[in-house]
Design a protein around this ligand. Structure first.
Ligand SMILES: *Cc1c(COP(=O)(O)O)cnc(C)c1O
Length: 545
């Protein structure tokens, strides 16, 4: 072991290619042996290379970098990121940011919104006062009842996420699982219990009454698959294929689909969803549906209103629309036997403004309502870095106060209820969102939304024209009112230059490699024209094997 370590200690390390064991300053070498483990192989060969930022320039020796080394390394990284920022077109995040001048100050301030946003506690270095303003803003935008009032079950409750919508989805499904499993709610702290009212056969009771089943479409973000796994929630696929392997109601005798089928444009197929929901509701399972308001790849909007109406209707037939849940202590309590979560990572931040633009005739159409106007929307999430634009992942989760699950444990230490997913929460994100919303009026954002919608239409038209000109099917498509246009995957260097994200889409019985582009507000017609120019060159679309 020791001999092997000595050999590897010679590996060249850091900007000057110093043998690793020579990169230590005197205090860290005791008895001729440096502190820590030497590399077991050359990290420069172990990791993928970023040609613009050679790995040895940024490696971190125990001495740190000297001033010249630091300047050179940081300049390489900066130039790389600035170039990629200029052309960034493949993801639904805004890269035109403008916070540095005003908010640089706070990089030297510690802001931690640990615990519930509405309780300040003893941890005073927080931005909860701004967080509450941001949450109220979104509560109003999404037609919830506000301000938050712990005594009013119809008022909203929410918090600013430390991750993006992945955390919002995880939290929403966690809340849904506990709600549908009959666990205590925050407003009604009881002993954990799974009994229903005694002495009668309550509606919605039965062997599976507290065993929820999750449904989401094949166009759903991968964070949902991860959330159901982390939370140990059964999907209809998991339950169907283990308990009812031969009974797939969509096509008896064939395997259960993993997710609910979508229509061509990526929205959940409401009729097929209804068949699947009925299968499990009729067997007494509570129903958990997660919908997309702006699906990741196609930008599709599920018809939230139609789904909520359909699910409620089916649940009503099996006593799952409203049922009584009671624990060992405390009175019986009415709860629905279904939950509708809306994943609005991009869409929930954007389409309210598009709707306002439509109402004043600036655009033709906007997607239908997805928010708390619909009484059966239980929870909603949005990413802050997508439409609004922040330098790191963040977002908002929102539900109704009366639906909140009881937080798991005591949190006297921080002086605020532990109602959020993380412990320490990033207080900078609330500041960024507050800053952005303070400096952009509804009117500003309505104009921006209309401009992005127009740019998506322009990009779509240009790609259709290119397809015509090349005489080759580039599979160009734009789902209604989405900010994304998808097309055949071009050559790898073009994909990288514009950071175009790719996905295999199954269409007409074939697996097709697509990419998409997002018309976010930093993108311009000029940049789109440049991309089209590159796509027009011979060899831009390699022949499929
Ligand atoms: C981006 C996205 C997510 C995940 O959001 P993060 O902010 O990356 O965690 C979830 N759902 C949809 C539809 C998305 O587009």
């Amino acid at each position: 072991m020791a001999r092997e370590a000595e050999t590897h200690a010679d590996i060249p390390f850091g900007p000057e290619d110093t043998p690793w064991q020579k990169t230590f300053s005197g205090l860290r070498v005791v008895g001729g042996r440096p502190y820590g483990t030497p590399p077991s192989s050359d990290p420069r060969e172990a990791y993928i290379a970023v040609p613009e930022v050679p790995h040895h320039k940024v490696q971190l020796p125990p001495t740190g970098l000297d001033a010249n080394q630091y300047t050179e390394a940081e300049a390489l990284f900066r130039s790389h990121i600035d170039t990629q920022t200029r052309n960034f077109a493949g993801y639904q995040v805004t890269s035109a940011l403008d916070y540095e001048g005003r908010l640089g100050h706070y990089l030297n301030r510690h802001l931690n919104n640990v615990g519930d946003p509405y309780q300040s506690g003893s941890y005073t270095l927080n931005s909860k006062v701004l967080e509450r303003a941001v949450l109220d803003y979104f509560a109003s935008l999404w037609h919830a009842k506000w301000p938050h009032d712990p005594k009013d079950p119809e008022s909203y409750w929410g918090y600013v996420l430390t991750m993006g919508s992945s955390e919002g989805n995880l939290y929403g499904l966690w809340n849904a699982r506990d709600y549908l499993s009959g666990r205590p709610l925050r407003a009604d702290p009881r002993q954990p219990g799974r009994e229903t009212a005694a002495g009668q056969t309550p509606r919605g009771a039965g062997a599976h009454a507290f065993h929820p089943v999750a449904f989401f479409s094949e166009d759903t973000h991968y964070s949902l698959t991860k959330a159901v796994r982390a939370l140990d929630i059964d999907t209809f696929h998991a339950l169907g294929s283990t308990r009812y392997p031969d009974d797939n109601p969509l096509a008896p005798g064939t395997p259960w689909p993993r997710q609910v089928p979508s229509t061509e444009h990526g929205a959940i197929d409401v009729e097929q969803l209804a068949v699947l929901v009925r299968f499990f509701a009729s067997r007494g399972h509570p129903i958990l549906v997660s919908l997309n308001h702006g699906s990741t790849f196609k930008g599709a909007y599920d018809d939230v209103e139609a789904v909520a109406r359909t699910v409620r209707g089916i649940c009503a037939q099996y006593g799952l629309d409203s049922r009584r849940v009671r624990g060992e202590s405390g009175g019986p309590e009415e709860r629905s036997g279904f939950w509708v979560h809306v994943d609005g990572a991009l869409g929930a931040g954007y389409t309210p403004y598009l709707e306002m633009a439509r109402d004043v005739g600036m655009v033709q159409q906007a997607p239908p309502a997805f928010d708390f106007r619909l009484p059966d929307v239980h929870s909603l999430t949005m990413s802050g870095h997508k439409w609004m634009g922040t330098p790191w992942a963040c977002g908002v989760f929102m539900t109704r106060t009366g639906l909140q699950m009881a937080p798991p444990g005591a949190s006297e230490y921080i002086g605020a209820a532990d109602t959020t997913f993380a412990g320490s929460r990033n207080g900078f994100s609330a500041l960024l969102m507050w800053d952005y919303l303070a400096r952009h009026s509804y009117d500003d954002l309505v104009r921006l939304a209309a401009r992005c919608d127009d740019l998506a239409a322009y990009t779509h038209a240009r790609l259709l024209a290119l397809q015509e000109q090349l005489g080759r099917d580039l599979w160009v498509a734009r789902s209604p009112q989405s900010l994304t246009v998808r097309f055949r995957q071009p050559r790898a260097d073009i994909v990288r230059r514009y950071s175009l994200s790719g996905e295999t889409v199954h269409a007409d019985g074939a697996a097709r490699a697509y990419v998409h582009l997002y018309a976010m507000r930093h993108l311009t017609r000029q940049r789109v024209d440049e991309l089209i120019g590159e796509l027009r060159q011979p060899g831009a679309f390699p022949r499929s094997p």
